[in-house]
Design a protein around this ligand. Sequence first.
Ligand code: NAD
Length: 508
Amino acid sequence: MSALPASLPQAQPPTVKLLIGGEFVESTSTEWRDVVNPATQEVLARVPFATVAEVDAAVAAAQKAFVTWRKTAIGTRARIFLKYQQLIREHMAELAALLTAEQGKTLADAEGDVFRGLEVVEHAAAIGNLQLGELANNVAGGVDTYTVLQPLGVCAGITPFNFPAMIPLWMFPMAIACGNTFVLKPSEQDPMVTMRLVELALQAGIPAGVLNVVHGGETVVNALCDHADIKAISFVGSTRVGTHVYQRATLAGKRAQCMMGAKNHAVVLPDANKEQTLNALAGAAFGAAGQRCMAVSVAVLVGQAREWIPELVAKARTLQVGAGVEAGTDVGPVVSRAARQRVEGLIERGIADGAKLELDGRQVQVRNYQEGNFIGPTIFSGVKPGQAVYDQEVFGPVLALASAETLDEAIAFVNANPNGNGVALFTQSGAAARKFQEDIDVGQVGINVPIPVPVPLFSFSGSRASKLGDLGPYGKQVVLFYTQTKTITERWFDDASVSSGVNTTISL
Ligand code: NAD
């Protein structure tokens, strides 16, 4: 059975399947929710909230597959990901179209979402170079010490709605390439592109049981956190849920890495290239309708850069709000009616809290898509800590402008915010840039780069309240996360090195 039935008009929307032991199966659950196109409200599919028995079956399948997968030759594992990256490339347009239909972002941005995940798949194909141990010769006379990085067992991943291709691809390719088996729990809001990627992964040669998928919400996530046979959990999503997952999973003795919410600042110095900076701010604040964990949601304008507000507002006005499938759209809908209400509520609170509304996107009209969850670019100035629009992650196309007299004041302002996902500085001064990257307390820093998400040669390195756990997703750090370092200290005797008696000291 395929994960996604044919999309011809049908009386009932198709159902999204579970993947257990290599089979796409219909859930027996009585609890389902609709997957809805955010531009049209069309119901695209129905997704089950799996039963605990189904979660157990997925984990059991993964546990069984681990017995052989952990011993599979590294070249065999690597070649599956070589094939997988090729299949993703060949299906790029289809994947982007699915993603836009259920998530809302523009087709070009959807391709970017798939592409940033594809880069991790390419890196997984290099696992032979990444999962190497170390050896020290003669740590004592005739004694060598070496390490091997061994897979952990069954790992699980829980992913958010905003990057339904990239974030699942942050997780299962590297976990599986390291020799683990995996249970994925995609976002229940947009699981269809994730399932298509999972189908392609099986087509690339991932054996039955090595990758499994269950759908659902709190109950399924709690069952994964508690399950005795799961060794590690990767989570990406909101701070509230991520904190819960971290606490529950670590209490059950698991490794956990949780990438969570954000409030990303851009600091703008008056010597910055004005045109480039304003373009970067508008793109990073309003692209994907602000629903990126690395979206710029606060700009701190320093000194005379405060005079750039009218030009920034004028630039934001030029952005085209519309359905992601329409050519020329810059800003698509937010993911759901509930998300739209929440964002509009925060705009109202911003006004009530005394911030100055420079641009109001609430009444935006989109021809032919009256039902869509659209909010146009919105800008507040004079924003301060203590106002909801600053203190909360809005996760919509809303940019808050604050101001500072000096770079030092701007750095102190950013460092006082609890979040540490991303930050950017716009300047032409090397000295200012160096000071900024030294003193700013945020895990990912862009210098004239608004959204500094590292490529998989590095790892995603959010910090402070944006992250729980030491090691980040993808890259070198995740190889350590998904493996146990085993250290072997070894001596071989030959006739010439026979011991001269019992030694009760700690020396080798
Ligand atoms: P979310 O926390 O609502 O959902 C994430 C996952 O948790 C989903 O799979 C969901 O089904 C599950 N979940 C939801 N409620 C739960 C509960 N009560 N108990 C257990 N599990 C639950 O997040 P979202 O709205 O899908 O995604 C947006 C959030 O994700 C934003 O805060 C954004 O900043 C964050 N995010 C962070 C990063 C990062 O790398 N730091 C990347 C992308 C998104």
